[in-house]
Design a protein around this ligand. Structure first.
Ligand SMILES: [Zn+2]
Length: 272
C-alpha cells in the first residue's frame, strides 16, 4: 500500500507500548493495531496509521501495554467455587478428605455453569483469552466458553471411579467420544481427553484414551508426576515410575500434554 491510499477498517487501538511476543524481547512504542472484521489488518506505527487507515472506532490506551492474550495451560475452571477450601493441606489429603467428597455432594450442571462463568470472567479481566479445562460436564463448560467468545481446550474427565458425570470409565469414554464429535469443528473450542492421573486411571481406560486420541486427533491432558508421593507410591506398587508406565501404554504421543511434572529425573526427560 502507498502512503496515499486510505483504507477503511473497523477498530484502531492506539497503544503506548505493544509487545508482539514474536520476535522475542520486542517492545514497540506508539503503535496502532488495526482490526478489520475478526482479523488484525495491521500493526504499524501510529503516524503511519494516520496516513493509511480510517476506522469506525478508536480506542486510546495511553498508559497501557497491548499484547496477545495469555494462555492458561491447565485448570479446573468451575473449581473457582471451591476456592480456599482446605487449600493448605497436602495434595492427597486435600483430594481424599475434602475435594472429592465436596464434588460428590455439590457438582451439578448448574455448579459447572456458574463456576466456569466466574472463572472465565476473572481470566478475561486479567488478560487470559485461552484456557485449558478438565472437569465434569465438559459439554456445559464448552457451551459457556463458546457463548462468551473465549478460546478453550475442554478435556472430558476420565477416572476409574464414579462421579456426578458418570458411573465409570466406560461411560466417561462413551460420553467423551460424543463430546469430541459435537465440538470438533467449533472455532473456539478444542475438545480433548482428560485421563485424570496415573493413580486414578488404570491401564485399560488409559489405552482406550490413546485409541480415542488416535481416532479423533484430540489432545490428551494428564496430571503427571505432581508430587514426590505419587512417584514413590507408583514405583513401590508397580515397579516403575508413572512416566515409564504411560510410555509403555503408548500415552506419550505428540498429542499428549503432561501437566505439573514437578518430580522428573534424566530417565523421565529422555522418555518425554
Ligand atoms: Zn489439575
Amino acid at each position: 500500500m502507498t502512503a496515499d491510499t486510505i483504507t477503511a477498517a473497523d477498530i484502531r487501538i492506539n497503544a503506548r507500548w505493544l509487545i508482539p511476543i514474536e520476535p522475542a524481547g520486542t517492545v514497540l512504542e506508539h503503535y496502532a493495531v488495526i482490526i478489520q472484521g475478526d482479523r488484525l489488518a495491521a500493526v504499524i506505527p501510529q503516524e503511519q496509521a494516520d496516513r493509511s487507515f480510517r476506522t469506525r472506532e478508536t480506542v486510546d490506551l495511553p498508559n497501557h501495554v497491548v499484547m496477545p492474550g495469555l494462555i492458561n495451560m491447565h485448570g479446573h475452571a468451575a473449581m473457582s467455587l471451591f476456592r480456599g477450601m482446605a487449600d493448605d493441606l497436602p495434595l492427597m489429603t486435600w483430594l481424599n478428605d475434602h475435594i472429592w467428597p465436596a464434588e460428590g455432594r455439590f457438582i451439578s450442571e448448574q455448579f459447572i455453569a456458574d463456576g466456569t462463568q466466574l472463572a472465565m470472567a476473572e481470566m478475561l479481566r486479567t488478560g487470559t483469552t485461552t484456557f485449558s479445562d478438565m472437569y465434569f460436564f465438559p459439554e456445559i463448560a464448552a457451551q459457556m466458553a463458546h457463548d462468551t467468545g473465549i478460546r478453550a481446550q475442554v478435556c472430558f474427565p476420565l477416572l476409574d471411579f464414579p462421579t456426578p458425570w458418570g458411573a465409570g470409565p466406560e461411560e466417561y469414554l462413551s460420553k467423551g467420544a460424543d463430546f469430541i464429535d459435537s465440538w470438533k469443528n467449533d472455532c473456539y473450542i478444542m475438545p480433548a481427553i482428560g485421563p485424570h492421573a496415573p493413580y486414578t486411571v488404570s491401564d485399560g481406560p488409559m489405552i482406550e484414551a490413546v485409541r480415542l486420541s488416535e481416532k479423533t486427533g484430540a489432545a490428551i491432558q494428564i496430571h503427571l508426576h505432581e508430587t514426590a508421593f505419587e512417584v514413590a507410591e507408583a514405583t513401590e506398587k508397580l515397579g516403575q515410575r508413572p512416566t515409564a508406565r504411560l510410555a509403555d501404554l503408548g500415552l506419550l504421543s505428540p498429542e499428549t500434554q503432561c501437566v505439573h511434572m514437578t518430580q522428573i529425573d534424566a530417565g523421565d526427560i529422555s522418555l518425554l
